[in-house]
Design a protein around this ligand. Sequence first.
Ligand SMILES: CC1(C)C(=O)N([C@H]2C=Cc3c(O)cccc32)c2nc(Nc3ccccc3)ncc21
Length: 323
Amino acid sequence: MMQGLTANSADKEAHIDGFEILRTIGEGTFGKVKLARHILTGTHVALKVIKKRRQSVASVQALFREVCGMKILNHPNIVKLMGAINTEEAFILVMEYLSGGDMYHYLKIHGRMTEVEARGPFQQLLSALQHCHQRGIVHRDLKPLNLLFDSNMNIKLTDFGLSNKCDDSGQMDTICGTPPYSAPEIFLGQSYSGPAVDVWSLGVVLYTMVTGCQPFGGKDYQELRKQVLQGKYHIPPYLSLEIRDLLQKMIALNPSDRGTLPDLMRHAWLNMGQKEPLQPPCEEDLKVTTVTTPGLTCNQIQDAGTGSVSSKKPQVGASIVTV
Ligand SMILES: CC1(C)C(=O)N([C@H]2C=Cc3c(O)cccc32)c2nc(Nc3ccccc3)ncc21
């Protein structure tokens, strides 16, 4: 029995540090993910148990990247890291539990989403990715299996094990990701713009959401690589003109032809049925201390940084930042 993990032979339940372990919900590269209940509060959490033995250097580095990345990020559509437990034999990440499962299995069970069903989750995904990119974090492994749903079908981005910090230019060179979702420049082994690589994968995810299939495939890796490098994919007749245009702005062979996240947030497909066009979040100056003063717009926040005050109608939920 793992040190710190006690098993009560009578009712065969396991406990660790104030958590009651309920069941295993997944098995990752690092080890098992267990659903647990925090005994004091009754809150359900997911415990990512990483056994220290037999971990390769690459796995420990990926774990380090995941923890560092998640500590910088704080967004309603990104899975939260709530804490960590270090036992003799394992690191245990205490993370937010999402009861809706992942999008890969959702699509397998329910088939493709309608464009109306896909719009909300995709808007949330764009917002989560914008939050990452604004903090210099590129995910690099966007795919349905890394998208989890909560009990209200809100989407949460997870698995930052392959994410990495990019410099201001965004240039990177490590080959990683999952081939059917990887951008052509990854297959070519060229150095690449991290954000643009995520935008390609985002396009492949949207295509998968509304068709239930992947745009690129083939009997083996070489066939897949050939299809991705040709950049041609089947457009089912039921797709609207607006979503076809949006897909073209993400699944573009030339990275500089792909839309930026602020551009994509303003795209017609994302704003169909909306009263106000989607606003990309304002650039937060991260070298500041945040003081909560609800009721200010982004402009007033930016003005606060420059000392002037705009007369914009206050919005609920914004907060003032002070240098
Ligand atoms: C800690 C964290 C983020 C995680 O690592 N996993 C694993 C485990 C299964 C799995 C997957 O199937 C797809 C992605 C991530 C994962 C989590 N799974 C859940 N809920 C869940 C609920 C029913 C089925 C699948 C997942 N909530 C949080 C997590």
